[in-house]
Write a protein that binds this ligand. Structure first.
Ligand code: ADP
Ligand code: MN
Ligand code: MN
Ligand code: MN
Ligand code: MN
Length: 386
């Protein structure tokens, strides 16, 4: 039911066919003559302003990190523009301000086509500023801009962010799991196919479709080890672009989940017991690592990272200690370990990288609920600035 309803809605909106049921007031507008230009530019533009909130859940887990509201722009701007007007919101309702001085400012920093509303509508990612126009404490994006000095820019850092997430039904039960008891033990689910192995693919496909239509640098998707757990990858891209695209992709996942009746969570260990947690492996390279013989730069970076393990762990996601147990393809939270093709390591050197003697490293420590701007900034800080 959900699949048909939502996939249909997405397709028809993108076709630009406003049916009477969706928008009765607009249904009578003139249809385009064959070959005529698009007339939609005359319509006002719906701009969905998206930002990261400051709210933590009852267990110290950020359970829904995105907020958004719609601004109607009478004179449409092109997708990609950051000239959308600043706006404000009630920070006392998002964990970002006190009630007596509650207006926070939204400053547009990135925009892209809105793949759900279609037409000329846009998604507008915003930084949050305090009432006196300073970066808010939740504004981790600004901190990246601050460390992008000439020497860092010259290294052309690239990131690949593997965003894992877990689907739940509205009843709080993992999506697709039997009502009583458990699915089969882990084994057949990772990259699986078939009704018995795969739960929730219609949402995953709609999300991939939406990310592609929004122009995000999404590089793949796969079903994960725990049934109902999935991953999408953003990258390779620079640090700001990676963070921005991850934020929009997360918002799209939550937004489409409304239509599919599925809640996606970035909780690091959604199910206790013999079930994998959810991480956000972050692949990282500098120009030096990608050049011939770049392995020496990779090894030097790992050496630096080994000395800042605690500092990184402290910023790598709330509740990550329940995930980094040393089991389920993780290294123990108190141990720093690196290795080629080692999925029990903190930092893994992928086998193809080892064979080519150049490429990138994979930081396996970040939890799924990590702030992507923070991971990117810390990797740059530790390997290039300290
Ligand atoms: P895994 O084998 O760990 O599941 P994935 O294929 O899920 O790996 O993710 C690998 C990620 O690494 C992708 O997001 C890809 O874009 C990224 N990547 C590839 N090359 C580089 C590079 N040189 N620097 C940074 N990231 C890279
Ligand atoms: Mn109001
Ligand atoms: Mn992966
Ligand atoms: Mn994975
Ligand atoms: Mn990985």
């Amino acid at each position: 039911v959900f699949r048909n309803a939502s996939a249909g809605a997405l397709a028809s909106r993108q076709n630009n066919e406003l049916s009477g049921a969706v928008a009765p007031a607009l249904a009578s507008r003139p249809r385009r003559a064959p070959g005529a230009g698009r007339v939609v530019a005359q319509l006002a533009q719906k701009a969905e302003y998206i930002w990261m909130d400051g709210q933590e859940g009852s267990k110290g887990i950020k359970f829904n990190e995105m907020r958004s509201k719609t601004k109607v722009i009478p004179k449409p701007l092109p997708a990609g523009s950051i000239d959308f007007p600043e706006w404000s919101f009630d920070g006392s309702s998002t964990g970002q301000a006190q009630g007596n001085n509650s207006d926070c400012i939204l400053k547009p920093v990135f925009s892209c086509p809105d793949p759900i509303r279609g037409d000329h509508h846009v998604l507008v990612l915003c930084e949050v500023l305090t009432p006196d126009s300073k970066p808010h404490r939740t504004n981790t994006r600004r901190l990246i801009e601050d460390i992008l000095s000439e020497d860092v820019l010259a290294q052309e850092t690239l990131f690949g962010f593997e965003q894992e997430y877990t689907m739940f039904g509205k009843n709080g039960h993992p999506y697709g799991w039997p009502d009583a008891g458990y699915p089969a033990p882990q084994g057949p689910f990772y990259c699986g196919v078939g009704l018995e192995a795969v739960y929730g693919r219609p949402l995953v496909e709609a999300h991939l479709d939406a990310c592609v239509k929004a122009g995000l640098k999404i590089s793949g998707i796969n079903a994960e080890v725990m049934p109902g757990q999935w991953e999408f990858q953003i990258g390779p891209a620079g640090p700001l672009e990676t963070g921005d695209h991850v934020m929009i992709a997360r918002w799209l996942l939550h937004r489409l989940g409304e239509d599919f009746g599925i809640i996606s969570t970035f909780e690091p260990k959604p199910m206790q017991g013999d079930w994998n947690g959810a991480g956000a492996h972050t692949n990282y390279s500098t120009k030096a690592m990608r050049e011939e013989g770049g392995m020496s730069a990779i090894k030097a970076a790992i050496e630096k990272l080994s000395k800042k393990h605690k500092e990184h762990i402290a910023q790598y996601g709330l509740g990550n200690e329940r995930r980094l147990t040393g089991k389920h393809e993780t290294a123990n939270i108190d141990t720093f370990k690196s290795g080629v093709a080692d999925r029990g390591a903190s930092i893994r050197i992928p086998l193809p990288v080892s064979l080519a003697n150049k490429g990138y490293l994979e930081d396996r420590r970040p939890a799924a609920n990590v702030d992507p701007y923070v991971v990117c900034r810390m990797l740059i800080q530790t390997t290039l600035k300290d």
